[in-house]
Design a protein around this ligand. Structure first.
Ligand code: BGP
Length: 469
């Protein structure tokens, strides 16, 4: 049992998480070529759009050039961990080169050294929706087996170069989201309008499982001190009523999402998914040896994003026309919602932690959590974001309860500690940060950084190891 201090284990990781494509900008600089994220139109259903003037990921918050200033702020807040992704197209601009782009490698090396200087351990998402566009154009999506080799070449390159500099590697961001969210289909090269989407999605997932297992093996061989984790999107599921049909529907919905971490953590396809495949005419093409690979190299720990819970009913029919609103599904009448319609449910996080720990008995990290909100800059330049403090405080309290329940929770990286471009909406005005960035939805503004009230609050939380909330 770990020594505890104020309800959290001694040495608990406190910090923040971003994704390269939502923060860096400089999207064609130093040899980089576009990834799927760089041509993603705004909104969950925007699809891919080749518009050279498209602002969000092209310039983002210019973290590419301003990372020193930003990491210094995170250091000042007391972060001992920082999660970001390595943008694949900085290292292999087309995905097909034999030789990596040195400028890209150098950039991340400098970034990691700077983070260390500021007291932070690195957690890296290898693939955070940043698939090289050239690969998608030429080979389709992850349902094409060729992607495994392109990905592994990328992994070998970064694991070798950053040996000793990255402690935690996550193989795919929110791997299970490919099952439910259109923007993730785009990232995997599976356009929402393509035929047999579900079949293609599960085939793509299979290739990602094999790739993830081989990446785990590879990273362990290259750097025995590094650990490899799964990253899933977790939405705690409640049945809408106690009608058995609703409970069954909720169970089915849960399994649909658990499937991904079940395979990555347990090392095999669960029986329930074979039944689902059979009943839905889904056939997965596997090569000899795939199942052995998945079994031999499971991940070391589980990480997840938690923003909200959801409710499921057997009677709810999804509207034919999907919009961001209908994506949210049924409304839980007992919970408040954010401006973007996401339920606010801290207790759901405690349940999530317990469910995941009961299921896998593996160390857990909450690697994304936070409140997307509109902030107002007061006349004196201050930002009084008490709503964000309330949100985070309640979620951290829920984590503390889960730790008391016996969950082996290792760390918390709040989402977007500095305001970045929202992934789902492409907006800058959906802000998560404790650090404000002066840019609007069209990219107008100075880009200057300033501390919100939540900055000092989080700093205290970290300094007190979660006591002062
Ligand atoms: C997760 C993604 C992130 C992130 C976050 C918040 O699904 O991993 O990339 O952006 O959600 O979502 P949004 O930016 O749409 O508010």
């Amino acid at each position: 049992m770990n020594t505890m201090r104020n309800g959290f284990p001694e040495g608990f990781y406190w910090g923040g998480a971003i994704a390269a494509n939502q923060a860096e900008g400089a999207y064609l600089e130093d040899g980089k070529l576009p990834s799927t994220a760089d041509i993603k139109a705004r909104g969950f259903f925007g699809g891919l759009r080749r518009d050279a003037d498209y602002y969000p990921t092209h310039r983002a918050i210019d973290f590419y050039h301003r990372y020193k200033e930003d990491l210094a702020l995170f250091g000042e807040a007391g972060f001992n961990i920082f999660r970001t992704s390595i943008n694949w197209t900085r290292i292999f601009p087309t995905g097909e080169e034999d030789v990596p782009n040195e400028k890209g490698l150098q950039y991340y090396e400098d970034l990691f050294r700077e983070a260390k200087k500021n007291g932070m351990t690195m957690m890296i998402t290898i693939s955070h929706y940043e698939t090289p566009l050239n690969l998608v154009d030429k080979y389709g999506g992850w349902d094409n087996r060729k992607f495994i080799d392109f990905y592994l070449k990328f992994v070998r390159t970064i694991a070798t170069r950053f040996k000793g500099m990255v402690k935690f590697w996550l193989t795919f961001n929110e791997i299970g989201n490919a099952a439910v969210i259109p923007i993730c289909w785009d990232a995997a090269g599976l356009h929402p309008e393509s035929e047999n989407l579900e079949q293609r999605m599960y085939q793509a997932a299979h290739h990602q499982f094999v790739a993830s297992a081989l990446a785990t093996k590879m990273i362990h061989e290259i750097d025995p001190d590094a650990q490899v984790g799964a990253m899933i999107a977790y939405k705690t599921v409640y049945p809408y009523t106690c009608k058995v049909e609703d409970v069954k529907a909720a169970e089915a919905a849960k399994r649909k999402e658990y499937f991904f971490s079940d395979v990555q953590a347990r090392g095999y396809y669960p029986a329930y998914i074979w039944r689902y495949f059979e009943e839905n005419g889904i056939r997965i093409a596997m090569e000899r040896g795939d199942e052995e690979i998945i079994r031999a190299y499971p991940i070391d720990f589980i990480t997840f994003s938690y923003y909200r819970s959801r409710v499921v009913s057997a009677d709810y029919e999804e509207p034919a026309e999907k919009t961001t609103d209908t994506l949210e599904g049924l409304v839980n009448p007992h919970l408040p919602k954010t401006d973007w319609g996401w339920t606010v449910d801290p207790d759901g996080l405690r349940l999530a932690l317990n469910e995941l720990y009961d299921r896998y008995q593996l160390p857990l990290f909450v690697v994304e959590n936070g409140l997307g909100a509109r902030d107002t800059v007061e006349a004196d330049g201050r930002i009084h974001d008490s709503y964000r403090i309330d949100y985070m405080s309640a979620h951290i309290k829920a984590m503390r309860e889960a730790v008391k329940d016996g969950v082996d929770l290792r760390g918390y990286t709040m989402w977007g500690p500095i305001d970045i471009v929202s992934n789902g909406t492409g907006q800058m005005s959906k802000r998560y940060g404790i650090v404000y960035v002066d840019l609007d939805d069209d990219g107008n503004g100075t880009g200057n950084r300033s501390k919100k009230d939540s900055f000092a609050w989080y700093q205290q939380v970290i300094a007190s190891n979660g006591e002062i909330l």
